[in-house]
Design a protein around this ligand. Structure first.
Ligand code: ADP
Ligand code: MG
Ligand code: MG
Length: 200
C-alpha cells in the first residue's frame, strides 16, 4: 500500500486516463438522463489534476489524494466535482502516512460517509454511491483486484434498472429507469484503474 513516487505518478495517470479515454461514453450516458456534461466534467477535472504533475507525485499518498480532491472540487462544475472531490479529499485525510490495506478499508468507509453527507444521499438512489458502497464491501472482505474491478462494473450495470432519486436524473422520474447512471460508470472506471496499479 505504501506507494513509491513512480507508483504514485502511475496511479494518477491511470486514474486520469480511465475517465479521459471514456469521456464520450460518459457524456452519452449523461445525455440520456442528465445534461450531457459528465464526460467533459470528469475530463476537465482530471486534466487539471494531470497538470499538477510532477509535483503532485512528490507528495505522500495521503497528501496527494487530498490535493487531487481539492483540484476536482475547484475545477469541476456540477454535482460530480464536489462529490468525487470529497471522496478523494476525505480518503487522503483518513489514510495514515504509512498505510496498510486495513487502513484503506477504514478510510474508504469514512470517505463514503463524507460523500453521503455532501450529497444528502444513500446507496439505492442511482448515484455513484451505488458503486462505491458495494465495492467497499468487497474491499473489506479481502477481495483482490479482479474481484473489486468486477464488482465495480457489475454495480454500475445494476444502476440501469434503478429509479433516480438524487441528482439531475431524478427530475426525469420513471424515465430515468433503463439507463446506467453516468457517475456510477465513471466511479467504476476510476476504481478499475486504481486497483490495477495497486495490485491488490
Ligand atoms: P451534473 O448532474 O451537475 O451535471 P455530472 O453530470 O458531472 O453533474 O454528474 C452527475 C452524477 O453525479 C450522477 O450520475 C450521480 O452519480 C452523481 N450525483 C448527482 N447528485 C448526487 C447526489 N446528491 N449524491 C450522490 N451522487 C450524486
Ligand atoms: Mg451532468
Ligand atoms: Mg451539469
Amino acid at each position: 500500500m505504501s506507494l513509491d513516487r513512480a507508483a504514485r505518478e502511475k496511479l494518477v495517470r491511470a486514474l486520469a486516463e480511465s475517465v479521459i479515454q471514456h469521456a464520450d461514453e460518459l457524456t452519452s450516458l449523461d445525455q440520456a438522463i442528465g445534461d450531457g456534461d459528465h464526460g467533459l466534467n470528469m475530463k476537465r477535472g482530471f486534466e487539471a489534476v494531470l497538470a499538477t504533475l510532477p509535483g503532485l507525485a512528490d507528495k505522500s499518498l495521503p497528501e496527494m489524494l487530498k490535493a487531487i480532491g481539492m483540484t476536482l472540487v475547484m475545477k469541476v462544475g456540477g454535482a460530480s466535482g464536489p462529490l468525487v472531490g470529497t471522496f478523494f479529499m476525505e480518503l487522503g485525510k483518513a489514510l495514515p502516512e504509512q498505510s496498510i490495506r486495513a487502513d484503506l478499508v477504514a478510510a474508504t468507509a469514512k470517505a463514503i460517509d463524507a460523500v453521503k453527507a455532501r450529497g444528502r444521499s444513500e446507496a439505492g438512489q442511482k448515484t455513484l454511491l451505488d458503486v462505491l458502497v458495494p465495492v467497499q464491501v468487497v474491499l473489506a472482505v479481502g477481495g483482490d483486484a479482479k474481484a473489486i474491478a468486477a464488482e465495480a462494473a457489475q454495480a454500475a450495470d445494476r444502476t440501469t434498472p434503478m429509479l433516480a432519486i438524487r441528482g439531475r436524473a431524478s427530475f426525469l422520474g420513471e424515465r430515468s429507469i433503463g439507463h446506467m447512471d453516468p457517475g456510477s460508470r465513471s466511479a467504476s472506471l476510476l476504481i478499475s484503474a486504481a486497483v490495477k496499479v495497486l495490485e491488490f
